[in-house]
Design a protein around this ligand. Structure first.
Ligand SMILES: *Cc1c(COP(=O)(O)O)cnc(C)c1O
Length: 412
């Protein structure tokens, strides 16, 4: 490294490439600083963050109220483990339960841990409440799902690259086609304890379910005594223009999984929520996490919920989502046949690229070169999920650049 000029972006890329495991293929941008919807690289180049860390930065980077809440808590206590009570966890859980409409919440750290919590809860509920013979409980999951990266969770992924070489996998999961009730019914049996499903499949490419699917699924789950577990780790907390995506479907799940934005863009905070008849299957010793619900995390998450509410960020997503979508559809019309589809809900849009016409990854890299951060998923979809604090002016700037990049691609 050049000691006079200081290390440059290339040096940091080289260090990660040399010493990190190769489990990611990052877009070559080295983020050094960020504030709200903007980030800057080591050389001081500015980027609009249209990715929002997969929904983890819904409040914008380093929201001043969240930084202040973290600082204040850091003057008191950060981590004690759950061996004791604290002054931030109770208020956080109370607020979260009241917002989501559930009686109880169990705090964890990452989304995958909250999903694991859901799996354990559903199985125990299946044995103790539904009366399924021990060891036989089955959870139905959608093809194309994404629920995290633990060995149990990737075991029921339908994506080969997430699974290859990581077996043997835990039994007790069966697949159905997302959005297809007939397929749910065909996959089910007397030992089915739960359906675990995303309200919109994010990693699969922002796949919105057909209208009515969730209402039918809700009715079927009630009839068959099957828990409907809604994984809103990515969709929840305002992303879709409602506090929770299930509100669009006119139904209420039996349990809810939250993460990502719950940590206010500062910390990993997740939670599993349910009412007493379901959450009641956990007794002391049955589940836990050293860091889950720690004082610092709870203080930040509580302030994060207040900020979403007081700054009306959910309403903002509801207003600006259709604006972003409309502008991207204009680009689609201008850049046919490169863009096959533009879909999503709220500030969460997938732009589906025809692989015969162009590469989503190339477009993402060209966007980055021109100062717009996004990320491809499944090789053909470019995902836009900016902080909910994004402004119309920044959307315009980002979409104008996307238009240039798309038009250049079709001219080639
Ligand atoms: C990101 C995500 C997870 C996993 O969360 P991590 O914090 O990465 O463990 C689970 N479910 C959904 C729907 C997600 O988008």
């Amino acid at each position: 490294m050049d000691s006079q000029a200081g290390p440059g972006s290339g040096d940091y890329v080289a260090l990660e490439a040399r010493h990190g495991a190769r489990n990611y293929q990052p877009v070559p941008v080295v983020v050094d600083r960020a504030l709200d919807c903007l980030v800057w690289d080591v050389e001081g180049r500015e980027y609009i963050d249209m990715m929002g860390a997969y929904s983890a930065v819904s409040h914008g980077h380093l929201h001043p109220r969240l930084v202040a809440a973290a600082r204040a808590q850091l003057e008191r206590v950060a981590v004690t483990s759950r061996a004791y009570y604290g002054t931030t966890l109770g208020p956080f859980l109370a607020r979260l339960c009241s917002l989501a409409g559930f009686e109880r919440a169990l705090p964890m750290n990452t989304g995958a841990e909250a999903v694991e919590t859901a799996i354990k809860c559903a199985r125990r509920w299946g044995y103790r409440v539904k009366g399924i013979p021990d060891g036989q409980a089955v959870i139905l999951v959608a093809r194309g799902n994404f629920h995290g990266r633990t060995s149990t969770i990737v075991g029921f992924s339908s994506e080969p690259s997430y699974r290859d070489g990581f077996g043997p996998f835990a039994p007790g999961f069966r697949h159905f086609d997302f959005g297809d009730m007939a397929s749910v019914r065909a996959a089910a049996g007397p030992d089915t304890c739960a359906v675990l499903v995303e309200p919109i499949q994010g990693e699969a490419g922002v796949i919105v379910p057909p209208p009515g699917f969730f209402r039918e699924l809700r009715e079927w789950c009630t009839r068959e005594r099957v828990l409907l577990i809604d994984d809103e780790v990515q969709a929840g907390l305002g992303r879709t223009g409602r506090w929770f995506a299930f509100e669009h479907e006119g139904m209420r799940p039996d349990a809810l999984v939250l993460g990502k934005a719950l940590g206010g863009g500062l910390l990993p905070v997740s939670a599993f929520l349910a009412d007493e008849p379901v959450m009641g299957v956990f007794d002391p010793g049955s589940h836990g996490s050293t860091f889950g619900g720690n004082a610092l995390a709870a203080a930040v998450a509580l302030e994060g919920l207040r900020v979403l509410q007081e700054e009306r960020l959910v309403e903002r997503a509801a207003e600006l989502g259709p604006y972003l979508m409309g502008r991207l559809k204009d680009v689609q019309r201008a850049a046919r046949p490169l863009i096959r589809d533009v879909r999503g809900r709220g500030l969460w849009v997938g732009v589906d690229i025809d692989p015969a016409q162009g590469s989503a990854r190339r477009l993402v890299e060209q966007l980055a070169q021109r100062g717009v951060l996004s990320k491809e998923t499944h090789e053909t979809v470019i995902r836009f999920a900016p902080p909910l604090t994004i402004t119309p002016a920044l959307i315009d700037r980002a979409v104008d650049i996307f238009r240039q990049v798309a038009l250049q691609a079709i001219r080639r």
